[in-house]
Design a protein around this ligand. Structure first.
Ligand SMILES: NC(=O)c1ccc[n+]([C@@H]2O[C@H](COP(=O)([O-])OP(=O)(O)OC[C@H]3O[C@@H](n4cnc5c(N)ncnc54)[C@H](O)[C@@H]3O)[C@@H](O)[C@H]2O)c1
Length: 385
């Protein structure tokens, strides 16, 4: 079994190290900050103890997992690794210099992967003398619990690298999808309207946050409402992803960030982590009551859903991923109750198109333009499945 290197012992790196060790690999977890390594070791021990308490693992098993995670502060520890996965700060220059340095230490066959959420894999790969060994492997947070992993070949990535990376992550019992090296990959692109359209509905005064959250959960079947979820993710992180995707798509108005969310970030109303976001998480603070009006609720869900479907259809139209992978990504990466293309079939392609055209007619905004693929499917009365 190959040895696995992980660069960066923060939230994602420590989770990825745990997943690899649980699958039986010897792991080298590298960080320049000793405090991060200490924290990662302590938290792995805590998580393992909890698994024993819950009866999910024996203490022998967890001791073996812990002993397989070796921390290091020198990349020379990667010399026998079959793969090294990078999960350091989201900064292209820092990532490039780390890839250049790591490539000097690893074997000729070693794959070097990045867990970046928003940077181009092609630009990271270009920092290596063998860019064909570089691939994107994008886990979701928390890595040990979230089943989805997006695998992203860059233009330089060889077929062998892509296949080995996919086979390895499949062997870790993850659900893998293959996506093009474009901003936001699948999930962080297709999910934008879940937040953006909810914020727009709120800004227009159609409904308050509690009502939008209620509608999306009770009528839409989503596990969390958009505002609850933004508070959970953190308004700083969620806003930054939106702004990054917007900029990366050359300011396509479909992805325009919202002032409401920007102000929340500026006010340090980041969500659960600061005790205050769209909701107040202080002890004893009352949660606002939704207005459980079925007609309004259904209109909210429909508007957000057709915007999500439109993104999924456009991603398919531009060959970002297969229809199966687009649907899998949204159900396994962000827990949507149904794949969006399957949902489109169920709701009727023509109905979805009519809904978008109605919005477009009302607003005359590019944001509401329907994907040409949706229009074609409707014209030929075809479905996605
Ligand atoms: N947090 C998420 O929800 C999430 C989800 C998917 C992907 N990602 C991506 O994963 C990566 C890491 O994110 P995170 O949230 O784990 O960050 P984090 O801040 O929790 O951890 C980053 C770690 O990298 C270390 N580090 C920084 N520069 C380094 C260097 N030059 N060499 C070695 N170690 C270095 C830091 O000491 C820190 O421990 C980013 O690219 C991010 O976009 C994050």
């Amino acid at each position: 079994m190959i040895e696995v290197g992980v660069i960066g012992a923060g939230t994602m790196g420590s989770g990825i190290a745990q997943v690899a060790a649980q699958s039986g690999h010897n792991v080298w977890l590298f960080d320049t900050n000793q405090a991060a390594l200490d924290k990662a070791t302590a938290s792995l021990k805590k998580v393992m103890a909890r698994l024993v308490e819950k009866g999910k693992k024996t203490s022998e098993e967890t001791e073996a997992i812990i002993s397989r995670v070796n921390v290091c502060t020198d990349v020379s520890a990667f010399k026998n690794c079959g793969i090294v996965i990078e999960a350091i700060i989201e900064n292209i220059e820092v990532k490039k210099s780390v890839f250049t340095a790591v490539e000097k230490e690893v074997s000729a066959e070693c794959i070097i992967a990045s867990n970046t959420s928003s940077l181009s894999i092609a630009s990271i790969a270009a920092s290596c003398s063998k860019p064909e060994r570089v691939v994107g492997i994008h886990f979701f947070n928390p890595a040990p619990l979230m089943p989805l992993v997006e695998i992203i070949p860059a233009v330089q990535t060889s077929d062998t690298t892509l296949k080995s990376a996919k086979d390895l992550i499949d062997s870790w019992k993850k659900v893998t999808v293959i996506t093009k090296d474009t901003p936001g990959f699948i999930v962080n692109r297709v999910a934008r309207p879940f937040y953006g359209e909810a914020l727009r509905i709120y800004e227009e005064g159609i409904a308050d946050m509690a009502t939008i959250d209620w509608a999306m959960k009770e009528i839409g079947g989503f596990k969390m409402g958009p505002f609850e979820l933004m508070d959970y993710i953190g308004n700083d992180i969620n806003y930054t992803v939106t702004e990054t995707v917007f900029t990366a798509f050359y300011f396509d108005p479909r992805y325009r960030p919202s002032f409401t969310q920007k102000r929340m970030m500026e006010a340090n109303y980041l969500g659960r982590k600061t005790g205050r976001g769209y909701y107040n998480y202080a002890e004893g603070a009352a949660m606002p009551e939704p207005d459980k009006n079925q007609v309004v609720g259904e209109a909210i869900v429909w508007r957000i859903l057709i915007m999500l479907i439109n993104e999924a259809v456009d991603a398919l139209h531009l060959n970002i991923a297969s229809k199966q992978d687009i649907d899998l990504a949204m159900t396994k990466g962000v827990n949507y109750p149904k794949g969006l293309l399957k949902w489109a079939d169920e709701k009727g392609i023509q109905n979805v198109l009519d809904g978008l055209d109605k919005l477009y007619l009302a607003y005359h905004e590019e944001r509401y333009r329907a994907s040409v693929l949706l229009r074609q499917k409707a014209a030929f009365q075809q479905s996605f499945y």
